[in-house]
Ligand binder design. Structure first.
Ligand SMILES: [Zn+2]
Ligand SMILES: [Zn+2]
Length: 381
């Protein structure tokens, strides 16, 4: 009990010079006494003292937290979540007075006024909503600004993986960004960064926004295709990160839209950090300027397991392998090639010979061009 009476005398010493609210007074000693309620301790220590001015440290901020709780409730009313965290912005003068008092009376190992305000807010928010406070990795983070009386909310991004099959030609894989904001998100595009939803990216994004809410999406594609390409078989895998989602666990089904089918949608931890290894089975319709010589056709088989070198403008060189190859002559100037190749082989350049070696045009000794190419399947290794 000597500890308590010692504390009482320090508390009274402080109170004689500085009027403190129950919270701020209790906070200075609650840890020492292993008590959880600063307010109750403060009230007890203050017995016999009557406040005549606002609290020296917080200017009675602790008695106005309901206003900020209301801001938190309002800003999160459209979000479905389980866990949350709170960050606080307060006037530096409050922090300064808190520091001054703690150092003057050599009070160590206690919560700062800022920490305590955050704790009080979280206590009330949890009581009101039954949401769980998670300071490490919350789904929703509130930044409560007590200087300008605002509350901002940040929702942790979600990543979804899936596959798509594109069964009609004439649609691009990627959506062009909103003209007004170049993809950052603005009022014109409803903060989505895209204002049309016609491409593969657009259609998937639209579905994602419907399921998860959110502002912008960021795609990681496992390979790419042309506007005129089909994507068949089990489809092309993709990852999509959803920024600022308002729903976190919607029911995900396979979906079909005009030319696009979307399969195997599921939540994942994050998009792959490194490019994934994958193989593409590609059907390419090739036309030649000179007539096709069958001895050249036979030489196609030599491409299997020969490294195909690709030279980039940057000076970088990389190589891709072809694992399997079949061909069929359709006419004097046209044949179909079906290859299974390492993902990322630039198909059109491989045919024309544009900084790719070996290539089809050189092999046939005549300019060749890929009229169209389709992905029959994509296998992730
Ligand atoms: Zn106070
Ligand atoms: Zn925009």
């Amino acid at each position: 009990m000597s500890n308590y009476s010692e504390i009482t005398s320090i508390a009274h010493l402080i109170l004689k010079k500085y009027d403190l609210c129950d919270h701020c007074l209790g906070r200075l000693f609650s840890k020492q006494l292993h008590l959880s309620s600063n307010k109750l301790l403060g009230r007890k220590l203050k017995q016999g003292f009557i406040s005549t001015t606002k609290c020296y440290v917080c200017k009675n901020l602790f008695y106005n937290l309901d206003h900020f709780l209301k801001l938190m409730l309002e800003s999160s009313s459209n979000y479905i979540f389980k866990t949350y965290g709170v960050g606080i912005v307060i006037k530096p003068s409050i922090v300064d007075r808190d520091d001054f008092l703690r150092s003057k009376y050599q009070l160590k190992g206690i919560d700062s006024v800022k920490t305590d305000i955050a704790k009080e807010l979280m206590k009330s928010f949890t009581k009101k909503t039954t949401k769980i406070m998670d300071p490490i990795d919350p789904e929703i983070t509130f930044t409560v600004n007590m200087k300008d009386e605002s509350c901002q909310l940040r929702s942790k991004p979600i990543t979804v993986s899936g596959r798509y099959v594109k069964s009609e030609r004439g649609y691009t894989q990627k959506q062009t960004s909103c003209d007004n904001c170049s993809g950052k998100g603005c009022r014109v595009c409803n903060f989505h960064g895209i204002s049309e939803f016609t491409s593969v990216e657009g259609i998937i994004s639209k579905l994602i926004f419907k399921k998860f809410g959110g502002t912008t999406t960021k795609f990681t594609w496992i390979g790419g295709e042309d506007k005129s390409s089909l994507v068949l078989g089990s489809g092309r895998p993709f990852f999509v990160k959803i920024n600022n989602p308002s729903k976190r666990n919607p029911k995900l089904n396979d979906e079909k839209f005009d030319y696009l089918s979307i399969f195997h949608l599921k939540l994942v931890n994050e998009s792959p950090k490194k490019p994934l290894n994958f193989h593409s089975k590609i059907k390419i319709k090739i036309s030649t300027v000179s007539q096709i010589d069958s001895k050249h056709l036979k030489k196609l088989k030599d491409l299997i397991s020969t490294p195909i070198f690709i030279y980039e403008k940057s000076g970088k060189r990389h190589e891709k392998k072809i694992f399997n190859l079949k061909y069929k002559k359709n006419s004097m100037n046209q044949f179909t090639l079906i290859i299974t190749a390492e993902g990322g082989l630039p198909v059109k350049r491989f045919i024309t010979g544009d900084d790719v070696s070996p290539n089809i045009s050189t092999l046939f000794n005549t300019p060749c061009v890929a009229q169209k190419f389709d992905f029959l399947d994509i296998l992730v290794k």
